[in-house]
Ligand binder design. Structure first.
Ligand code: SF4
Length: 365
């Protein structure tokens, strides 16, 4: 059970937004709304079609993600308008490096997730149920208002897995767009094509966690599948959605140079060499406390594999101060955006192009 003190700490002081606006804990305006993307079956059963797990659910039962419930043959989202985490983050923390650098993203999450990564950083909120954590009543219109008041250029759906609160995400992003606030989804990409296509109509950027390039890893360490995630990436390419990929490098699990090479080749060929790829450092946590942190040398090798196999923008993440955090011009090599951790030190772009050689740099600037 989350105590209030722990909750506020987790939010990084998000309570200030909530208290300042007199928002009550645990829902007046928000609450169960009918879910989208499901099919009614015989005997009041339903089949959820939101993610590739496609849970078939009896009356009064919930799907695998624990936040969607069958009530008398109608399926409901239990977390609409009820975030448990709220914070204004640098967009670099998502990480999105080619998306409005040095701006803030108003970040929200509800509880729940549709996979179970043994290395989850946010397991206290992702692997739990709505009634086990205190949430706040922040309907979509209020999220947009808070984002504007806190000078955030975007709203990020993040921390847990936004696929499982897709109704809340969609409605918020739609209102945000009307108000001139962009939306970015920070996701595992484990979603069916129809809801993803709908989301493409209201989102401005996506970050996908590509957790490995083998089905074995997805089965044993994620309780998911690789194929649907690759399909999502291809769909995002087809919809011309700005997309960046994060790959958490876990020693002995997904750091084989051959696997990394195959993945980088696939990204360069299928998604294009302009797709930013972030190799991020693993730290022991949750159910993988027995594996040591990723050596920085492994991350540097991974970055070089990406660059050698056709990718233009390959980053090192979770190693503050490493030169691999910055953006370089693929043609002339000068620093375009210098970063230390989540902080942008210098932006050296001229209308989205390299000021020295004029090469256009892919991104949302
Ligand atoms: S979104 Fe949840 S209920 Fe729906 S298929 Fe995925 S895990 Fe199952």
């Amino acid at each position: 059970m989350y105590s209030r003190r722990k909750f506020i700490r987790h939010c990084g002081g998000a309570g200030c937004f909530l208290i300042a606006h007199g928002l009550s804990a645990y829902g007046n305006e928000s609450g169960p709304v009918e879910a989208r993307y499901y099919q009614k079956l015989d005997n009041r059963k339903i089949k959820c079609e939101l993610c590739p797990r496609e849970c078939v659910i009896d009356d009064l039962e919930r799907g695998y993600c624990g936040v969607r419930e069958n009530r008398d043959g109608t399926y409901y989202s239990l977390v609409y308008g009820l975030p448990c985490s709220v914070h204004a983050d640098p967009v670099e923390k998502k990480p999105l490096f080619h998306f409005l650098p040095s701006t803030r993203a108003f970040s929200i999450a509800t509880v729940g997730c549709n996979v179970m990564c043994k290395f989850c950083q946010n397991w206290e909120i992702s692997q739990t149920r709505p009634e086990q954590i205190q949430s706040y009543d922040i309907p979509p219109s209020m999220v947009v208002k808070l984002a504007q008041e806190n000078r955030c250029a975007s709203i990020a759906y993040t921390y847990t897995e936004p696929v499982i609160f897709t109704e809340y995400m969609y409605d918020t992003a739609e209102l945000g767009r009307k108000a001139g606030v962009k939306s970015v989804m920070i996701s595992n990409g484990y979603i069916n094509p129809e809801p993803m296509m709908d989301l493409c109509g209201v989102l401005d950027g996506v970050k996908i966690d590509l957790k490995a390039y083998t089905e074995r890893f997805y089965k044993e360490l994620v309780s998911g599948e690789l194929r649907p995630v690759l399909d999502t990436l291809v769909l995002l390419r087809d919809k011309k959605m700005w997309t960046e990929i994060v790959y958490l490098v876990i020693p002995g699990q997904n750091d084989d140079p051959g696997e990394l090479k195959s993945m980088c080749n696939w990204i360069a060929k299928e998604l294009g060499p302009d797709t930013p790829l972030h190799f991020s450092r693993f730290h022991p946590q949750y159910r993988l406390k027995n594996i040591p942190a990723t050596p920085v040398s492994t991350l540097k090798k991974a970055r070089q594999i990406g660059l050698d196999n056709g990718l233009f923008f390959v980053y090192i993440g979770n190693v503050p101060g490493d030169p691999g955090e910055s953006t370089y011009c693929p043609d002339c090599g000068i620093i375009l955006i210098q970063r230390i951790g989540y902080q942008v030190v210098k932006i050296n772009l001229k209308q989205g192009s390299c000021p020295a050689c004029g090469r256009k740099i892919a991104g949302v600037w």
